[in-house]
Design a protein around this ligand. Structure first.
Ligand code: HEM
Length: 202
């Protein structure tokens, strides 16, 4: 393992499992129902966990691809730029990138308990104007539009297939890991969208 939750208090701004994390309004009972809405089963948990060892040494390459997609598109790159100067806030982008790498491992670990639900709420807030820039003292656009957050689900998952196949698993097993990742990312973005939705409508 390259990065582990237990070893990560040193990861700047990674507050998973601490008192600093916002409390999710979603509890475990509601989470069980939400998983069913996405046809996410125990089998998906097994395939996500299988993907852990497959992806653990490929996180940097994945980050490079995702970063590339963001930097190729000015409307996405703007979220990492200081709107006054048009310059990318490099320190900010670097800190966020490290936590993004940790997120790959946390998703693959698939320990979806209340602490994890709370951190999903926190991640949603960090994309929203409620908390964007706050964790790293960033000087970038203050808010990520819900439509970009949601649509980027495709940009996250589509490039993953060759990475999931890289350790020689049978194509049918790779497909199962891929499906588990799709569902897991859709579920997380669903949880992250809560701060964007009118009270009582989530
Ligand atoms: C499925 C879609 C997305 C995923 C999986 C994702 C993943 C993440 C993760 C894991 C973090 C770090 C959370 C933490 O602090 O621990 C993060 C933060 C961030 N993401 Fe995303 N993200 C998505 C969509 C987007 C989009 C579309 C953009 C804009 C290009 C974006 C830009 C950012 C920025 C700027 C932060 C830092 C926010 C802050 O704390 O100031 N993300 N994202």
């Amino acid at each position: 393992m390259t990065q582990d939750t237990e070893q990560s208090p040193k990861l700047k701004g990674y507050t998973f499992g601490t008192e600093a994390v916002a409390k999710s309004p979603i509890g475990l009972e509601e989470w069980e129902k939400l998983k069913k809405s996405a046809l996410f089963s125990e089998e998906d948990t097994v395939y996500l966990r299988l993907s852990y060892e497959v992806l653990a040494d490929q996180v940097e390459s994945l980050l490079k691809i995702w970063r590339g997609i963001i930097f190729d598109h000015p409307h996405l790159r703007a979220y990492d730029e200081d709107p006054k100067t048009g310059e990318v806030d490099r320190d900010y982008a670097q800190s966020v990138g490290k936590r993004f790498g940790q997120w790959v491992l946390d998703t693959a670990r698939a320990q979806f308990d209340q602490a994890w639900l709370d951190y999903q709420y926190e991640i949603g807030l960090r994309h929203h104007r409620s908390k964007k820039n706050k964790t790293d003292g960033g000087h970038t656009l203050e808010h990520i539009r819900a439509r970009d957050l949601i649509a980027f689900t495709a940009a996250i998952v589509v490039p993953m297939k060759p990475f999931l196949a890289a350790k020689g698993h049978l194509p049918a097993i790779v497909d199962r890991m891929y499906d588990a990742w799709w569902k897991a990312v859709i579920l997380q973005v669903t949880l992250w969208s809560q701060p964007y939705i009118r009270d009582g409508d989530f």
